[in-house]
Design a protein around this ligand. Structure first.
Ligand code: ATP
Ligand code: MG
Ligand code: MG
Ligand code: MG
Length: 481
């Protein structure tokens, strides 16, 4: 099947190999970079080359990089296009070719290799990048009305608070070309999907925010494999591609529901499991163990969210009759089966991965039920208090902290459950409690900062001991208990 996920990955790498790129393996999800939490893009393994700190191995490279983006955790199942775990196909130039060839090859692979109809492709460019406009318009023949100039938030790419960056140009696929171009908005994801980002990497962003030109001009690109598969397999979202759907089917089987006939809420839960199981299997494989700090907390949180989601779907025990058993390993086996062409090491590590999952699930389930009961009481109290005072119902920071500290509830789960009942959580109060515990802790720690760039959180910096900062969505300041 020429449009299977595995074929598309291979076709991408072959295309760029035939244009002189050296095909390199994906790097680990744990970057070789103490300032970065997880691998969020293909360029991370090349950061030292872009910065001129180490010599290039080859002038051009191509990879299929496994990535994790915790900033997209809330989008999982909500949008058609986001997972926390995905593969980014990338072609890179280290001081070799620049804008013109990057655009030419991106256009060629999209329209010729993958056969995307020209009249369905739109491009965005950075607002003042006239050079990119010229190339797209004059040389590729893209009509003016399908080239959109956009601001820094969408079209100036930075891998973090500091580091290599530059203006970018992106390719979008139009699912409804018949809607015309007069009021088309590339941000409308019911019509468009962004699939290929070309970064013209020519600056280093300094601590003070200033841009220092890099010694050489580079190309860094990212094409989302699941998004490409979704387009070419003609399915409504990334989750229904052959890269993820078998995992969802396994979860449906355990929950005794049919994905096809399920309502949207059920579908979303199945997608959450489909995504989170992929993420945790690859994270565990890359050596990240569940814990209360940094990367370990990301894994723990994803595992716990998957467990809770499975229970909401009605999966009991191992889903096969053993009420004392764990169900994550059965689904993880599917993930491992699908892993061959993503990361051939996963299979060899499967015993350890399945063991870790089982242990973490059973540990969580022990406290989950007691915690859920307590949380129900807290929600009821919050509602009755609110009825008396006329305030918005809200769980106190102290209560959220008790659930976190004593019952192992990631505060995001508390928030999620409370929000399902229209009850808030006093996150400020929770942070104060956390801070109090932190102060008492004897643990040595380093202060770290999380990358917040134009309202986006692409990179979370992390120390090897402790988080003190957190972004809007994910890793919270926590202490090793
Ligand atoms: P979006 O605007 O859709 O969130 P992005 O601009 O954050 O995407 P980039 O940082 O440009 O994404 O990453 C390059 C490519 O990687 C994207 O064009 C897309 O194909 C893919 N990609 C990014 N985030 C995800 C995700 N969470 N799940 C699946 N694919 C993704
Ligand atoms: Mg994004
Ligand atoms: Mg974008
Ligand atoms: Mg983008």
């Amino acid at each position: 099947n020429p449009v299977s996920g595995d074929s598309l990955r291979r076709r991408f790498l072959n295309f760029y190999a035939s244009h002189g790129h050296k095909v390199l393996p994906s790097s680990s999800l744990v970057p070789d970079d103490p300032t970065v939490l997880l691998t969020i893009a293909g360029m991370l393994q090349f950061k030292p080359i872009f910065l001129g700190k180490v010599p290039r191995e080859a002038p051009r490279a191509a990879t299929a990089q496994r990535c994790i983006r915790t900033n997209d955790v809330e989008n999982v199942g909500r949008t058609a296009r986001h997972q926390t775990f995905f593969e980014m196909l990338g072609n890179f130039s280290f001081g070799d070719y620049f804008k013109k060839d990057a655009i030419k090859w991106a256009w060629e692979i999209s329209t010729e290799e993958f056969g995307l109809p020209i009249d369905r492709l739109w491009v965005s460019i950075y607002e003042d990048d006239d050079e990119a406009f010229e190339i797209w318009h004059n040389e590729m023949g893209v009509p003016v009305e399908r080239i959109k100039r956009m601001g820094a938030e969408d079209n100036f790419w930075t891998s973090g608070v500091t580091g290599p960056c530059g203006p970018c140009s992106e390719l979008y696929y139009d699912f409804y070309p018949e809607r015309g171009h007069s009021d088309a908005d590339l941000g409308d994801d019911s019509r468009f999907v962004e699939f290929y980002n070309l970064v013209f990497m020519q600056y280093n962003k300094m601590d003070d925010g200033s841009l220092e030109p890099l010694k050489q001009k580079n190309i860094d690109t990212g094409l989302g494999l699941e998004r490409l598969a979704r387009i070419l397999q003609k399915v409504p979202n990334n989750y229904e591609t052959d890269l993820i759907y078998p995992i969802i089917e396994k979860a449906s089987e355990l929950a005794n529901v049919s994905y096809v006939h399920a309502d949207d809420q059920t579908k979303m839960k199945l997608k959450i499991i489909g995504d989170h199981l992929r993420a945790v299997v690859y994270l565990l494989s890359d050596g990240v163990l569940p814990s209360n700090i940094g990367r370990g907390y990301v894994v723990r949180r994803l595992i716990r969210r998957a467990v809770r989601t499975g229970r909401l779907l009605g999966i009991k025990g191992d889903g096969k009759g053993n009420l004392e058993g764990a169900f994550l390993p059965a689904i993880a086996e599917k993930v491992i089966k699908l892993s061959t062409h993503i990361d051939s090491d996963v299979k060899a590590r499967s015993t350890r991965i399945l063991g870790e999952l089982q242990r973490e699930e059973l540990r969580f389930v022990q406290t989950l039920e007691r915690g859920e009961k307590l949380l129900e009481e807290m929600i009821a109290n919050a509602v009755s208090n609110a009825n008396k005072t006329g305030n918005v119902p809200c769980i106190s920071g102290k209560d959220a902290f008790l659930l976190y500290d004593t019952y192992g509830f990631p505060v995001e789960i508390t928030k999620e459950i409370a929000e399902e009942r229209n009850v808030g959580v006093d996150m400020n109060g929770f942070d104060i409690e956390m801070e109090g515990q932190r102060r008492q802790s004897q643990a040595a720690h380093n202060v770290v900062r999380l990358g917040v760039e134009d309202g986006r959180n692409l990179v979370e910096d992390v120390s090897d001991t402790e988080f003190l900062g957190y972004d809007t969505l994910s890793a919270r300041a926590v202490i090793e208990s």
